[in-house]
Design a protein around this ligand. Structure first.
Ligand code: UT7
Length: 330
């Protein structure tokens, strides 16, 4: 498949570290030095995920020069859907993409990468021709705003990439790896809350609803700095790609220290590591397409550029992909 268009959207309200410290016991210096984050976006109550994701999706369609009817597939990677039965169909309707099948995929912060790889399989078999892969999250809904160890990290956002089938030699997904380790699931959860209701004598049912995000930050940090370099090394070796051939490192934006550690491992200079953590924090499934769209639109990422990407997070899940950006086709 070829990567031919990108788009993104973020809520208007930006919450600085300074403002956040008026609410919870933290400070700008701690957050900046430990994470690289200076601010995050927070969706307004009347701004559901569908709206944010549709804005990003429409921008990617416009960038690719496609009309909505051209789409065969819309994949939405998210952990914060508007509807647990699926939010992608709402986006399909909002776009007017009546020929596309649309469904959600959940793999937390690895979600966008997993969805991109999944879309790539449909395109590679020739079953489908054009797809839109969206990563969108509103973790502001699910953060415990009194838990300073997590609430400073997350923000809301959406990004999308338009991909189309193409001859293998011109493909933009040069290799990939995906991993899960459910035995470490407890390190980072947004789990069903443990509430029950007695319906009748002897018959109880769970009440739907989720507990806020819980994270063992140090364990997740150690996992990321161990597994991300390992999976990228495996990928670069398997594709015969020396690290100095990479134009960009496009990692899930979780913590600047994680980006720095991975870059150091491959001796990739700072100026080739894409980072917008300072402005948006960790937007979960949205970080990779949000970052990519920013770098495409400001001209850093050019057609033909090679990017090593990695998503990682809850599951635990992680993955890597070697990508080549094509840009809009004439
Ligand atoms: O999308 C993927 C998911 N998430 C991640 O990738 C996150 C990975 N983990 C991390 O990025 C880091 O572990 C954090 C940024 C979450 C935390 O950094 P840390 O260096 O591991 O800090 P820590 O948890 O060891 O806490 C150090 C101290 C503690 O105080 P004491 O016990 O040493 O007195 C915390 O209570 O910092 C305190 N602390 C804070 N202080 C001010 C924790 N959060 C805050 C805060 N403001 N927001």
């Amino acid at each position: 498949m070829a990567l031919v268009g990108s788009g993104s959207a973020v809520p208007a309200v930006s919450l600085s570290n300074q403002r956040l410290s008026e609410r919870v016991d933290t400070n700008d210096e701690w957050i900046r030095t430990r994470t690289g984050i200076a601010a995050r976006r927070v969706s307004a109550p009347d701004e559901p995920l569908t709206v944010l994701a549709t804005r990003a999706a429409q921008a990617a369609l416009d960038h690719a020069g496609w009309s909505p009817e051209d789409l065969d597939l819309i994949l939405l990677a998210t952990s914060s859907p508007d509807d647990l039965f699926g939010t992608a169909p709402r986006i399909q309707a909002a776009l007017g993409a009546r020929n596309a099948v649309a469904f959600d995929l959940t793999a937390a912060c690895s979600g966008f990468l997993f969805a991109l790889i999944t879309a790539g399989q449909y395109l590679a078999t020739g079953t489908m021709g054009r797809a839109l892969v969206i990563g969108a999250d509103q973790l502001s809904r699910w953060v415990d705003w009194d838990d300073r160890s997590t609430c400073v990290l997350f923000g809301d956002g959406a990004g999308a990439v338009a991909v189309q089938a193409c001859p293998a030699a011109e493909g933009g997904l040069l290799g990939f790896r995906m991993r899960s380790d459910g035995s470490r699931n407890g390190c980072l959860t947004l789990a069903q809350s443990d509430t029950h209701r007695e319906l009748l004598a002897g018959v109880s049912a769970q009440v739907g609803g989720f507990a806020p995000i819980r994270m063992n930050g140090q364990e997740v940090y150690k996992f990321a700095v161990r597994e991300v370099p390992a999976i990228l090394k495996e990928l670069l070796e398997a594709t015969g790609t020396p690290a100095d051939q990479l134009d960009w490192l496009l990692l899930h934006q979780a913590n600047q220290r994680i980006l720095d550690a991975v870059a150091e491992r491959f001796a990739i200079p700072q100026q080739r590591v894409l980072s917008n953590l300072a402005s948006y924090g960790n937007t979960s499934a949205a970080t990779i397409p949000l970052m990519l769209d920013e770098a495409v639109k400001d001209g850093r990422v050019q057609p033909g550029h090679l990017l090593a990407s990695s998503g990682f997070g809850a599951g635990l899940s992680w993955g890597g992909a070697l990508l080549r950006w094509s840009g809009p086709q004439a």
